[in-house]
Design a protein. Sequence first.
Length: 422
Amino acid sequence: MSTLDLLTDTFPHGTPDGYRLGCRTAACPAVLPCREVHSRYCGDFTFAKLIDAGVPLAEILERDAAEKESIRHRDQIAARKARRAAAQPKAAARTKTATRPRAAGTTTSPRPKPAAAQQPARTSRPQRPHPGHKWLAEATEAIAQLPADMQAQRREDLAQYRRDLDRHVAELAQWQERRDAARAHLKAAASTLKTATIASGTGLSVSGAIENALHAATIQHQAATDTLAQVDQQKPPAPAKPRAPRPPRAPRISKPRQLQPHGTNACRARGCDRPECIEAGREYHRIWMQQRRAESIPLEHHGTAYGYQLGCKDRETCPAEISCADASLAEERRRRREAGIGEQAPRVLAEPVREHVRQLMAGGMTVLGIAEKAGVSKTGVKILLYGRSGARKGELPREIEETKAQRILALQPADATLAISA
């Protein structure tokens, strides 16, 4: 079969028969090239069964796309369920802490004073018992069970912890009061802004009073939002750390360090280059990679270059907003820029350039003559015309560097006539 037979309308492109009859390049006009159809036909039983049943290739691709979308939707639902399940223990712990009875020594906030009759009563934030007071009471009772030589030191440690705890409780109460005040200010500003917005939407204007009120309410709301953001950025005061009883230190007995023998990964990690150590390091890495592939990739690693290294290489199935493949590509681009490697030269479509080279060859020019006159390599012109070699043999390049394309397109068929006459 000749090459011209591939261009006929009756040629079975996009089928396993098209691959067997000679269509084995990426220039196949079908939706899926013949060589990819052949590969899937030989390795995918479901795909081969659909092809043998006469199902159109476009319908098979639509089914594959729908199946990928359903898998991605299922993974997103599973991720949301996992986040909710992780949040439930925290909510249960907060509820349990809120219902816990106050321990001895816990300070409570005073009851709010009754306001005037025309104003609604306002209640302050309920003071929760700090768990450190309960621990302090239990530790004070347990002093009597300690040896006599440790009781005095234990009392000093608990007294210092009590001072630290009282300071922490006071600082935490001040921080909560600032946050509550900022939230109340923001709520009032939002209410004022809503009222001014509704008044402005009526279309009325009283000497500009409504517009001025809306502008002032907007500025007040923005200021309250910034204040609350600043308070939220401030971390709560660090809690006081309880100290455990410190027994008298025993004299340290230094032991000689036991080094692993040759033929182990630890010996290889120390820099040993013996063949048995190198093979042990390779075996350790091989087992570690098998274990990583058997485990599912944690959600926090999705959307990162490390997730791509762990095996998440499909953009469609990655549950992150930015896929692991794109994150890995961005990281590699950043590494190249830091290393001083410039960006790739701009490229254009290679098909117009390929047609121009064929016209020049029809006018009498050779591949070597075109390469010499255009100032490009002979190998590049051959690949442009006949495709690549090796594992990608016959694959025609889809793009070419813009500078090389301009040099080749600058040649005209008249140059070929001059070259022949010379």
